[in-house]
Structure formats: structure tokens, C-alpha cells
Design a protein around this ligand. Structure first.
Ligand code: COA
Length: 325
């Protein structure tokens, strides 16, 4: 049976030039390289320059993805940008990206699901492509979390970084089998009862300010592995595939301990896990496409490989996307 598959044409990413190491952070707050590495696996993160905004990061990643895909920006009809740190409350950062890419047709909008943003955006793009609303979709995850961190709060400021990644998806015909390239299944979840465990303490309608990130780290940690593994098991149940069939596991990069524990619980071999958190920190919606692009460019992920993406974040929101690259 012929079906529409949302197929990856190319990917790209961008990291701001400035690197902030754990050693430098230890001069700013009461922390140490040893503590951060032991609890999170993070060694360094990138920080956007003054005046460098989320749409700038997104455009740089998008241009790299378009080049990698070998298509022109004018061939894109939909831009979906996952971010929790848009340039302004409105318009969406996506329309600024659209303008900076010189596109005046089609639609552009932001998706807001914090660290799960990229899997939410991929799933939304998949629905647009499958229903014929879009033919070619630019999906971006971009964040400048450095702007919403309380740099005096050592329990949060050591965890996050800035960065962006993007993929170009095209509607292509598939056979309807698991051998098809493209998105094979996607599963999204949320549970607002947990909204106060990871949030920003400001907003246009509440405080009229932007606010700072607040987190009950232990509570997030406690729920993360169970939620991540649940949506991956959903993907296995929908397709009949198992951990052994996966070529690559590309999780949201929040914490190495969460990534390792999830892979272990699912029986995914450590050599199949793509980990970039040590170099990027947690870049929220940017983390999965950044990790994907890293593994594509260093030759690990190849055309035809079976790749599992997953994320969990504020809300809580969580989800998985299984695709054949
Ligand atoms: N440097 C040094 N010490 C720190 C510190 C830091 N940056 N941050 C906290 N501490 C201290 C605490 O004050 C506490 O001290 P105390 O025992 O004297 O009270 C001690 O370290 C242990 O703190 P705790 O919060 O229990 O640590 P933890 O083992 O739970 O690790 C996290 C903290 C944040 C690393 C961990 O909870 C975590 O990774 N949570 C998930 C966070 C996450 O991934 N969020 C994003 C999801 S998208």
C-alpha cells in the first residue's frame, strides 16, 4: 500500500562561538567541575553573544540543513520552529526565520513544548506532510536558554546551553512498510499536573516579565526515565520493532545519567547511543537536531539507518519519533 512518508532530505546545526566551561562556571557560583560532570556528564556549553537571538541561531542551522539537503529556501513551504525562548513574545520566531531566509510564501509558526519541542515539531510536520498541507517542511529546534537562567542559582545554571539544529522533511511515497525511509511512527504525551516542577517564573499574562527558569531537579529526574521509556515502548508496540533493530538512539540531551538509565532499561546497546550533552549541555528543543547533525556529519548515522528520537521536558511533555534516515 502506497503511503506518504515524511522523509529527511538533510540536516544542519549551529552553536554560538562562546564556550563556557565548568571551570569558568565555578568562578561564578559555588560549584565544581567534578560535581557537574559526576551528576550530569556536562563539561561545557555554548552561550549566545550579546545581541545574538534565537532566530539567528535558527537561521544558521536552517541554512546548513538546506545546503545539506541540496535545496533552495524557496522550495520550503512550511517552517515549524520549536522554541521556549523566542526573540519576542510575538511574533513567532518562525516568521523572523522565514523573513531572514527570504521566504514570502507558505506558513511559519512556533511550537512550544520546551525540551520536547523538537519531537512535537517533527510530529506536527509529519501530520502536515501526510495530509498534503505541506510538501517540504523545515523543522528547527533553537534556544537561547542562557537568557532565562538565574546565573546565581547553581542548581539550574550549570545545566543548560544555547544552540540550534534543523532538518528538512519532504513528503515522499513509501510502500507502507518498515523498510520505508521517513517517519515510521510518532507518539506524544503531556501531563500538566507536573507543570510546577520545571517552569519559568514569569510571562506576559502573569508577571508581564520574562522570568527565570525554576526546577525541582530531583522530581524531574524521578519521572524522566519512566516517561521516556513509556513512549519508546509505545513506538515498539505500534511497529513491532525492538531495541535490537535500532541503529541509533538519539535522546534529548538533558543529563548523561538519564540517557544511560533509559538506554539500559530499554536494552539499547551503549554504542548505539548518540551523546552530545558533555559538549552542549541541555539546549532544550535544540538538543536532538544538534545530536542528529553531529552523528550524521561524523559518519555514524547513514541513509537507511533506523533512528529513535525521544525527549521529555517541562509540562511535563514527552514523546518519541521513530524514523528511517
Ligand atoms: N554544584 C555543587 N553542588 C550543587 C549544585 C552545583 N551546581 N547544585 C546543587 N548542589 C548541591 C545541593 O545544594 C545539595 O547540597 P546539600 O546536600 O548540601 O543540600 C547537593 O548538591 C545535592 O543536590 P541534589 O539536588 O540532591 O542533587 P541531585 O543528585 O538530585 O542532582 C541534578 C541534581 C539537577 C543534577 C539532578 O536532579 C538532575 O539531573 N535532575 C534532572 C534535571 C534535568 O535534566 N532537567 C531538564 C529536563 S528537560
Amino acid at each position: 500500500m502506497s503511503v506518504i512518508r515524511s522523509t529527511v532530505l538533510g540536516c544542519g546545526s549551529y552553536l554560538p562561538e562562546r564556550v563556557l566551561t565548568n571551570a569558568e562556571l565555578a568562578t561564578m557560583v559555588d560549584t565544581s567541575d567534578e560535581w557537574i560532570v559526576q551528576r550530569t556528564g556536562i563539561c561545557q556549553r555554548h552561550i549566545a553573544a550579546e545581541g545574538e537571538v534565537t532566530s539567528d541561531l535558527a537561521v544558521a542551522a536552517a541554512k546548513a540543513a538546506l545546503e545539506n539537503a541540496g535545496i533552495d529556501a524557496q522550495d520550503i513551504d512550511t517552517i515549524i520552529l520549536a522554541t521556549a525562548t523566542p526573540d519576542n513574545t510575538f511574533p513567532s520566531a518562525a516568521v523572523t526565520v522565514q523573513e531572514k531566509l527570504g521566504i514570502t510564501h507558505g506558513a511559519a509558526f512556533d511550537v512550544h513544548a520546551v525540551c520536547s519541542g523538537f519531537v512535537y515539531a517533527m510530529t506536527t510536520a509529519d501530520a502536515y506532510l501526510k495530509t498534503g498541507l505541506s510538501k517540504r517542511c523545515l523543522v528547527i529546534g533553537a534556544e537561547t536558554f542562557s537568557r532565562i537562567l538565574d546565573w546565581e542559582d547553581r542548581t539550574t545554571c550549570v545545566l543548560f546551553g544555547d544552540g540550534a539544529g534543523a532538518v528538512v522533511l519532504e513528503a515522499q511515497e513509501g510502500e507502507g512498510t518498515l523498510a520505508d525511509r521517513g517517519i515510521l511512527t510518532a507518539h506524544l504525551r503531556s501531563d500538566g499536573r507536573h507543570k510546577d516542577k520545571l517552569y519559568v517564573d514569569g510571562g506576559p499574562s502573569s508577571t508581564k516579565t520574562v522570568g527565570f527558569l525554576r526546577m525541582e531537579g530531583k522530581e524531574v529526574f524521578k519521572h524522566a526515565v519512566g516517561m521516556i521509556t513509556d513512549v519508546i515502548v509505545d513506538a515498539y508496540a505500534a511497529t513491532g520493532i525492538t531495541s535490537d533493530d535500532l541503529d541509533w538512539f538519539v535522546p534529548h540531551q538533558a543529563n548523561k545519567r538519564i540517557i544511560d538509565a533509559s538506554a539500559k532499561k530499554l536494552g539499547i546497546a551503549p554504542e548505539k547511543v548518540v551523546t552530545t550533552v558533555q559538549l552542549h549541555g541541555n539546549t532544550s528543543a535544540g538538543s536532538i537536531p544538534l545530536a542528529l547533525d553531529t552523528a550524521v556529519r561524523d559518519g555514524r548515522i547513514k541513509k537507511g539507518d533506523l533512528v529513535m528520537l525521544e525527549a521529555m521536558g517541562g509540562g511535563f511533555t514527552w514523546g518519541s519519533v521513530l524514523l528511517r534516515w
